[in-house]
Structures are given as structure tokens and as C-alpha cells.
Design a protein around this ligand. Structure first.
Ligand code: SAM
Length: 217
């Protein structure tokens, strides 16, 4: 058993998932279709995926609902969450690329896949039809996204969570992927570390609203 806050999570699978050649090929194809949106030719490594999964589970609000994953790609972090005891049935994955959505549907039974633009999360919320989520995991390439669009996406993500909710964001860069100083939200950004066993090395950040405040609208 692992514990998320006070909630025990059954260890449904213990083996760390290893990437399959078909995962890498599907990801590479996605990158060739849209290099900017996908961010790089390689999906998150198993080490990164496990660190991200643990960071999300540590931040998840017990009884908050499913985990919302933005930009799931071929699902390495989704699988790592399952390996850590959080089953795909309790994850909603938003992905813009239709072929990657098909891939997720085919390879992660039980996962709810929503094809759409995560930057328009406020509008997607009607389609997702959930009251709340316990944490948000974002693989969106925030460094390539306009700051106001990134802030709108984060605003909608925080509205989706009970007060105290967290967004776990990963990035190849060295600076906060969404700059709190350039955002109208009262963002509190915490650097959780860098996973060097990733191509390129990946930094992990946790965002909260300062003092748990909801964003001014
Ligand atoms: C850096 S990759 C991360 C993929 C995967 N989560 C991983 O860790 O390997 C970014 C993913 O976000 C998706 N993406 C980019 N912009 C998006 C958007 N606006 N809405 C939904 N998905 C988006 C891309 O198609 C890609 O699958």
C-alpha cells in the first residue's frame, strides 16, 4: 500500500513499466507531426515518469477525484501512476493529437481519453463532466506557449481542484515553465528537482495558488 495524504492506495501493479519500441515509434511520429507541441523526439524516461507519478500522488488531494493529465503523449507517466497504485480508471487524459489519443485508448484500458486543446481547459471542462480532480499533471510545452494562454490554462486547472490543489509540471528548461512574475495568478512555484536520466534532462515543478487563494477572474 502507498498513501496519498491520508488515503491508502492499493498497489495494483509493482513493476516499473519499461518503454516498448512501439511506444517510442508512436511518440516519434507524434513529434514529426507537430515538433513544437510535442516538445522533443523522446517520451519521458521510466525514471522521469516514476518521479512525476510520485510527485503527483504526494500532491493529490484525498477524495478530490481523478487525476487530470494534460498532454499525455503515449502515456509513460499514466503507466507509472498505475505502477504506483493509481489505476487508469481514475485518470482523465487530455491530448490534442488524435493519433496519440488512439494510441492511449488502445494501450491503456480503462483510461478516459479526451481529445482536445488543454489550453482551452475551461471549455473542455463541460465535456469532461467532472466536479473536481485531485491533482493536475501537465506535460504541456509551456515554454513554447504564450504566457497569457498558459495562465488561463492554469487558472482553469485550479478551478478544477479543491483549495490547496497542485499542478505538477515538467519542462526541459532551467527556469519556471510558467513564470509567476509574469502571471496574473498568485502562483507559488516550487522546484522539485531534475531527472538526469532523461533525454534531455527534465525538471519537475509544483505550482499552487499562494495561500490557497483561487485566481481572481
Ligand atoms: C512533452 S510531450 C509529453 C508527453 C508525455 N506526457 C510524456 O511524458 O512523454 C507533450 C504532449 O502534449 C501534447 N500537447 C501539446 N499541446 C497540447 C494542447 N494544447 N492540448 C493537449 N495536448 C497538447 C502533445 O501532443 C504531446 O503529446
Amino acid at each position: 500500500m502507498r498513501h496519498v495524504g491520508t488515503k491508502a492506495v492499493a498497489q495494483v501493479a509493482v513493476r516499473q513499466p519499461q518503454p516498448q519500441p512501439r511506444d517510442s515509434l508512436a511518440f516519434l511520429r507524434g513529434w514529426s507531426r507537430n515538433p513544437v507541441a510535442v516538445g522533443g523526439p523522446f517520451a519521458s524516461s521510466p525514471w522521469t515518469a516514476r518521479r512525476l507519478a510520485r510527485a503527483v500522488l504526494a500532491a493529490a488531494i484525498p477524495e478530490g477525484g481523478p487525476i487530470l493529465e494534460l498532454g499525455a503523449g503515449t502515456g509513460p507517466v499514466t503507466k507509472a501512476l498505475a505502477a504506483e497504485g493509481w489505476p487508469p480508471e481514475r485518470i482523465v487524459a487530455v491530448e490534442r493529437d488524435p493519433e496519440l489519443c488512439r494510441y492511449l485508448n488502445d494501450h491503456l484500458p480503462g483510461l478516459r481519453v479526451v481529445q482536445g486543446d488543454a489550453l482551452d481547459l475551461a471549455a473542455l471542462r463541460a465535456r469532461i463532466q467532472l466536479q473536481s480532480v485531485s491533482a493536475v499533471l501537465s506535460g504541456l510545452p509551456m515554454r513554447a506557449i504564450a504566457p497569457d494562454a498558459a495562465s488561463r490554462c492554469y487558472d482553469a486547472a485550479f478551478q478544477f481542484m479543491p483549495p490547496g490543489g497542485s499542478i505538477i509540471q515538467y519542462t526541459y528548461g532551467f527556469r519556471p515553465p510558467v513564470d509567476p512574475a509574469g502571471s496574473p495568478l498568485a502562483l507559488d512555484a516550487a522546484y522539485l528537482g531534475r531527472e538526469w536520466r532523461n533525454l534531455p534532462p527534465m525538471a519537475i515543478w509544483r505550482y499552487r495558488l499562494a495561500r490557497g487563494r483561487r485566481a481572481a477572474r
